[in-house]
Write a protein that binds this ligand. Structure first.
Ligand SMILES: Cc1cc2nc3c(=O)[nH]c(=O)nc-3n(C[C@H](O)[C@H](O)[C@H](O)COP(=O)(O)OP(=O)(O)OC[C@H]3O[C@@H](n4cnc5c(N)ncnc54)[C@H](O)[C@@H]3O)c2cc1C
Length: 433
């Protein structure tokens, strides 16, 4: 185990944490020091849920070995620091894929479980936690134990923000594929009602659905975007993805992304194909991981960093709250071009603090423009709160502490499973007193 003291960052690069960082080479039998402690995967959480200032962070990236794989069932067992990227390198040539995946493969299995990440097939397959039959958990108050689906500690750890102990290894149920390609349709839509109709129409016959939305356009163009739906194809080889070839070499000036450059980009992107629909035979890399092709793309937002705001509003609220949210964002002129809209389905999330719940979810990036940006978020929060929705802690760096229990009604049950030595900047922020 190597130990250093250094600055650790989350993906949004807003406020670094200075921590003692332990990097074990093998799954430890005991946790370091008296604490406070927190595991750190690949730091792809945007906000501060993966940071612990002044504590000990357990960096898991060398806990990356595959321990077992059943080629008949697709059940894989690996150490928790393995990246989804490395799992894909192992399983795609063998005709298997992740059961669900976030928009980057550069996350660890442990980090994906701790945030119970979701992907484009949520309406069919739920979150990653729905496909984790068991994992090994090391707590400061107990020796390593195996937690199975249905156990209370399984439900607390899935989406448990790393606060129930260190996951050292996990099983994941992979899904069979015949090709590394998908049959994809892109459909331009002019507003939220059309988006909802496309989502409903696609739910039964398309495994993966998501939409890019133009969050700068207001007025008659409010809520316009491109609906993307795909099914695994029977055509094409089991070809692996390539590593990123480009990288952003430095923090760009904060003014690079402004209302005018984003508007120009969005207009071109919205009109990127002729006609209303385009079909593609597309490899999984550009379909699932378009941003992984550019290393350190988070530098485009400049030195001050950026926020991602992700909320979900429930079906009972209708589209009204999302229309209000889009109006606020368009009027502010602050949104970036990275904006994603999706409907979550009804597969129950297995974690006490899992974010996905049925409804419409919007995720988009905002460069940090100080008070102006935070005031916009406060207005968006009020709409989400009134609608009975919630925010995603993995993306959050500024949610109000009194909103957290409102958004997560199982929080009190979750508290019974906290590891007494684990905490995070997010958790401290949610408990200011
Ligand atoms: C480009 C991009 C696209 C994304 N798209 C999506 C998406 O579509 N859907 C989605 O849900 N999320 C998405 N995310 C968020 C990302 O998937 C999650 O934040 C993920 O959890 C990050 O994993 P990580 O390994 O980097 O973990 P970190 O960010 O380092 O840590 C995340 C949490 O996991 C805990 N943790 C890490 N390892 C362990 C362990 N071994 N044991 C216990 N706890 C642990 C940490 O303490 C922390 O609380 C995206 C992020 C990026 C940058």
């Amino acid at each position: 185990m190597t130990t250093t003291t250094r600055e650790m960052h989350a993906w949004g690069k807003l406020r670094p944490a200075r921590a003692t960082v332990c990097t074990p080479a093998w799954p430890p039998a005991a946790l370091p020091g008296p604490g406070p402690l927190l595991a750190y995967g690949l730091g792809r959480s945007y906000g501060d849920s993966c940071l612990l200032d002044g504590g000990t962070m357990i960096e898991t990236r060398f806990l990356d070995r595959i321990r077992a794989f059943d080629p008949h069932t697709g059940l894989l067992r690996a150490e928790a620091g393995i990246s989804l990227d490395a799992i894909l390198r192992f399983c795609v040539p063998r005709g298997w894929f992740l059961p669900t995946t976030p928009g980057t493969a550069l996350v660890t299995l442990g980090g994906a479980i701790a945030n119970d990440v979701h992907g484009k097939n949520h309406h069919r397959s739920g979150c990653i936690g729905n496909h984790i039959p068991a994992f090994d958990l090391l707590r400061s108050d107990q020796p390593v134990q195996t937690c199975h689906a249905g156990d209370a500690l399984h439900a607390a750890t899935i989406g448990g923000l790393g606060l129930t102990g260190l996951i050292t290894a996990a099983q994941i149920q992979l899904t069979p594929i015949r090709s590394a390609f998908l049959d994809v349709e892109l459909i331009r839509f002019s507003g939220l009602d059309e988006f909802m109709a496309l989502s409903a129409e696609s739910a039964a016959t398309w495994e993966h659905t998501v939409a890019w939305i133009d969050c700068i356009a207001g007025g008659a163009s409010l809520g316009r975007g491109i609906f993307i739906r795909g099914n695994w194809s029977d055509r094409g080889a089991l070809t692996l993805h390539r590593p990123a070839r480009l990288s952003v070499p430095m923090d760009l000036p904060a003014c690079t992304l402004n209302r005018f450059s984003v508007r120009a980009f969005n207009t071109l992107y919205y009109r990127r194909f002729c006609g209303k629909t385009k079909t593609l035979h597309q490899h999984y890399a550009p379909f699932f991981y378009p941003l992984d092709g550019v290393g350190q793309w988070n530098r485009i937002y400049g030195k001050r960093g950026f926020y991602q705001y992700q909320c979900v509003t429930p079906p009972a609220a209708g589209t009204g709250p999302m229309v209000q949210i889009l109006k606020q964002i368009a009027a502010s002129g602050q949104a970036s071009f990275l904006a994603v809209l999706k409907t979550f389905g009804h597969v129950a999330s297995p974690g006490l603090l899992s974010f996905p719940t049925p409804g419409i979810t919007l995720a988009l990036d905002f460069a940090d423009r100080g008070a102006r940006t935070r005031e916009l978020f406060d207005r968006l929060d009020a709409i989400v709160r009134d609608a009975g929705g919630r925010l995603y802690p993995a993306k959050d760096a500024r949610m109000r502490a009194d909103d957290f229990p409102r958004f997560y009604p199982q929080l009190e049950t979750f508290r019974n499973h906290l590891d007494p030595s684990f905490t995070s900047e997010f958790w401290k922020r949610m408990h200011p007193h």
